[in-house]
Design a protein around this ligand. Structure first.
Ligand SMILES: [Zn+2]
Length: 153
């Protein structure tokens, strides 16, 4: 660690370029950080940067549709096949053993309507945790199915 890193903060605290508030930069980013931590400032900054970029490159997005149209004319079956795949994938039930899980959640939700607010909140946390577990399993299976279908692996 160098001597400069142990110095007390100076009065040159950086200010957010969007809202103007002073902020403490992340130690790894230091003087390169331009924004405070507020998500709204980050979104506003990104939108502004994108608008300026489009101003500097006014023709970048022009003619894109013409290129796309030409590509699609050379690949006439692409969209039909893509839609058919999507339809098949969305209509397939994940599996029969997902249905008892859905019933269990429903019965827990029904039971939640009774009891004190504290008990209801606890029940909600249990359901949320169970949903999280199930969701992660489903996502892993969906990922595996997509990899198998589209040969991504
Ligand atoms: Zn800000």
């Amino acid at each position: 660690m160098s001597a400069t890193e142990t110095l007390p903060p100076t009065n040159a605290a950086p200010h957010c370029r969007v809202c103007g508030d002073a902020f403490t930069p992340h130690p790894k980013v230091k003087d390169r950080q331009k924004l405070c931590a507020k998500p709204a400032c980050r979104i506003a900054w990104r939108l502004e940067q994108q608008a300026q970029w489009r101003k500097r490159h006014p023709t970048y997005f022009q003619g894109r549709y013409r290129d796309l149209k030409a590509w699609r004319e050379n690949h006439p079956a692409y969209q039909r096949q893509w839609r058919a795949q999507r339809r098949t994938a969305s209509q397939q039930p994940l599996s029969l053993d997902d249905q008892p899980f859905a019933r269990e959640i429903q019965s827990q939700l029904n039971r939640m309507k009774t009891g004190t607010p504290w008990q209801q909140a606890q029940k909600l946390c249990e359901i949320q945790s169970e949903l999280n577990t199930q969701l992660h399993q489903l996502l892993a299976r969906g990922q595996a199915a997509a990899e198998a279908r589209y040969n991504l692996s």
